[in-house]
Design a protein around this ligand. Structure first.
Ligand code: EPU
Length: 338
């Protein structure tokens, strides 16, 4: 295990924000994690668990210890004719896992191709895209208690999964480290291609009987067109969640803004795309210094080079204020602000 002091976190967050960690330790095995948690020197110190750094905004240096989880390994546990059970270590890059599944013809996460981040982070915010959420394939999550070092497993129904939400953002926040995730994937596939652009993309390529790889390719093409690559411009994907409004509020909104896009939810509420709200307030492509709103997707805030986390946060605050003033809607941030 490598332990370093006063390390720049710039290479470790996809926003590309400059901030320092007083202590930075990279964990390659479960034993590394246990040994580090047990080291007296680090026991009382605040800890930040870092995966791919794709959903984090640093607004200041981190005075505690950063534990970068780099454990690797994908293990087939069992299979039947219909399904396969796979245990994947937290430090595996999410898209590497998607590729592994495509290569082995295991279905269920093909719509989640090209999402940045690591496997250990996927249950925390229940990553989702193009009509699929990762909770649909998670059987259980293995964690270690940071205080007691006790390991335990949470089954899917104990994870309180919701839209970009889970128990790991609430009751278990800062209490456990996710060690690995157990997935249940399909060998007889049920494709989800209803989500508008996927069908169009497949039709355009004259694919009428798609495989899971075709679906993943279609999703990747759409994402590459719509979402900026952190390698080219710092960002952390959707900066805000899409808000839900009550039926009563939605009726009021649609009478004022007849073109407002919406998705009716099973609980009677309506989900509104934040990107549309932000664009309507004139923010798309807006830039303040090096902090900006992406020119093609208003839901994504970007770092044009040397923005600070506070500058990005200031811009986010202005956006939130304008959305409240125009639509009466409170936009919640999806990104973790440190
Ligand atoms: N829209 C605009 N202007 C914009 C962006 C979007 O008007 O600048 C409107 C369009 O009308 C579009 C609608 O918003 O039809 C929805 O846009 P899109 O299908 O791109 O999805 P999204 O709501 O912007 C969500 C997820 C994404 C995920 C896509 C596809 C959230 C917060 N974001 O975005 O997730 O890839 O759906 O399923 O739910 C992420 O979490 O980092 C992420 C990228």
């Amino acid at each position: 295990m490598i332990i370093l002091e006063n390390i720049s976190l710039k290479p470790y967050n996809t926003f590309g924000i400059q901030a320092e960690a007083r202590v930075f330790a990279e964990m390659h095995t479960l034993q590394d994690i246990q040994t580090f948690l047990n080291t007296a020197k680090y026991k009382g110190r605040q800890k930040l668990i870092l995966g791919g750094g794709s959903n984090i905004l640093f607004t200041k240096d981190f005075e505690g210890v950063v534990m970068k989880i780099n454990t690797k390994g994908i293990l087939k546990i069992k299979e039947t004719e219909q399904h396969v059970w796979i245990n994947t270590q937290a430090g595996v890059v999410w898209d590497d896992f998607v590729i592994y599944c495509l290569e082995n013809n295991y279905g269920g996460i093909e719509n989640l191709a090209l999402i940045p981040g690591n496997v250990g982070a996927c249950p925390i915010q229940n990553i989702g895209a193009y009509g699929v959420e990762v909770k649909d394939t998670i059987e259980s999550v293995e964690v270690i208690n940071m205080q007691t070092l006790q390991m335990f497993e949470l089954h899917n129904n104990e994870c309180d999964f919701g839209y970009r939400n889970s128990i790991f953002k609430h009751e278990l926040k800062d209490k456990v480290i996710i060690i690995s995730v157990n997935f249940k994937l399909s060998k007889k596939h049920q494709l989800h291609i209803e989500y508008g652009a996927i069908k169009e993309e497949l039709t355009e390529h004259e694919i009428f009987k798609p495989t899971i790889r075709d679906v993943a390719n279609a999703v990747s093409n759409i994402r590459r067109c719509k979402l900026p690559d952190p390698k080219d411009i710092g960002n952390s994907g959707s900066f805000f969640k899409n808000p839900s409004v009550s039926e009563k509020d939605f009726k009021k909104l649609i009478s004022l803004f007849p073109k407002i896009p919406s998705y009716a939810q099973t609980d009677g509420t309506y989900k509104i795309p934040s990107g549309w709200l932000i664009e309507q307030c004139g923010w798309k492509g807006h830039r303040e210094g090096d902090a900006g709103v992406h020119k093609d997707q208003a839901l994504v805030l970007v770092n044009h080079g040397n923005a600070t986390g506070s500058e990005i946060l200031d811009l986010a605050g202005k956006i939130q204020k304008s959305i409240i003033e125009k639509f009466g809607i409170n936009l919640e941030m999806e990104v973790n602000v440190i």
